[in-house]
Design a protein around this ligand. Structure first.
Ligand SMILES: C[S@@+](CC[C@H](N)C(=O)[O-])C[C@H]1O[C@@H](n2cnc3c(N)ncnc32)[C@H](O)[C@@H]1O
Length: 339
């Protein structure tokens, strides 16, 4: 069972962590009215003022359209408007001056404050997006490219990705000399057919692209994954559906160093907050099991995992540094979800 060697420094650290959560919620509440709508000049100043008030290190909201227009995929790959039974490529317009997220959450400071980098284009931007019903699998959002950069950079040798979308990562991998072949597991046949007919012919030739029509969960096994040098898992739309899918993958117990997950740190954020609240509950001397009953239905499952993990962890936290490294450890959060 986790225990604490209580001290004024540790009490102070718990207090600062709580404050950082409150201040983040306040920041997000103040920001919300400005999101996803065109900003007036006065509103732009208000947003930048909010940033400076909360110490967010971003001093301009303007994003150059070149960021999209010079991106190799959007410069070289033409997508027509196409509709199949389940999916379509449709033109999407991002209106000028609309404030949007340009990346997923980033930590600020050593406590729990996180922010989304934000921005707007100075002109309307038109790009095709992949729709399935109400789900937009892949849109011309800057956040999509920035959040995939690491996966693109790390691709080498035989690469595997779960989730085809518009094949953005596949294209970027094929352009790299160090990538020899690419395999994709995709479960929607229409997505595969659209890709094979309209997108793949525009990709560089000479390297093999294998598409497996199947469910990611059936292929997420050590035996299958070990055939590849690098694996990128991206079959969720956002952090919302990402957390249950990612949890299911963790529950398989498969843990290989060459596997990365799209927006993993953002997905883990709710688990991190819940872990902090659990540890605070224990530090304050409250019954650990009560914690689970205080969570609403959507979080109860994760609260149970957290309780189980810390109940079986023989560790005494003595300093703020130990507390912070525990809360921020990706390995700890992965282990919690794997239960
Ligand atoms: C966000 S998109 C992937 C975007 C892709 N990384 C790209 O570069 O364009 C997610 C894709 O995962 C597919 N998908 C959803 N659930 C899946 C599952 N269980 N197994 C395999 N593919 C799945 C969707 O049909 C969709 O094509």
């Amino acid at each position: 069972m986790i225990t604490f060697d209580k001290s004024p420094a540790l009490t102070r650290c718990f207090h600062d962590l709580s404050l950082s959560m409150v201040s983040m919620q306040e920041f997000l509440r103040k920001l919300l009215p400005y999101m996803e709508k065109p900003l007036t000049e006065k509103e732009e100043k208000d947003v930048l003022f909010l940033f400076s008030q909360y110490g967010v290190p971003q001093h301009s909201l303007k994003i150059s359209p070149k960021l999209l227009k010079n991106h190799p995929y959007f410069r070289n790959i033409q997508l027509k408007e196409i509709q199949t039974e389940t999916v379509s490529y449709k033109e999407t317009v991002i209106p000028k001056r609309r404030l949007m997220n340009t990346d997923f959450m980033k930590p600020l400071g050593r406590h729990l404050f996180h922010y989304h980098p934000l921005g707007y284009f100075e002109e309307d931007i038109r790009m095709p997006a992949l729709h399935e019903g109400h789900t937009i699998w892949m849109a011309p959002a800057v956040s999509e490219f920035t959040s995939m950069e690491e996966g693109i950079r790390k691709g080498h040798g035989k690469c595997l990705t779960f989730g085809l979308g518009i094949g953005l990562i596949v294209y970027m991998w094929l352009r790299k000399e160090e990538v020899t072949e690419v395999t994709i597991v995709e479960f929607n046949e229409d997505v595969i057919q659209l890709f094979q007919k309209h997108i793949l012919p525009q990709f560089p030739e000479g390297k093999s692209v294998n598409i497996i029509h199947g469910d990611a969960f059936d292929y997420f096994t050590e035996d299958f994954l070990e055939q590849f040098d690098y694996v990128y898992v991206d079959f969720w739309e956002s952090t919302e559906d990402g957390l249950p899918y990612y949890t299911k993958l963790m529950e398989t117990g498969v843990d290989l160093p060459q596997v990365d997950f799209w927006i993993e740190d953002a997905i883990l954020m709710d688990v991190k907050y819940l872990t902090f609240l659990y540890l605070k509950h224990v530090y304050e001397g409250k019954a650990p099991s009560d914690f689970m009953f205080q969570q609403d239905f959507s979080l109860a499952k994760y609260a149970r995992k957290i309780h189980f993990f810390f109940q079986h962890l023989e560790m005494t936290i003595c300093s703020p540094e130990e507390l912070l490294s525990l809360i921020h450890s990706r390995n700890v959060l992965r282990s919690i979800l794997s239960i």
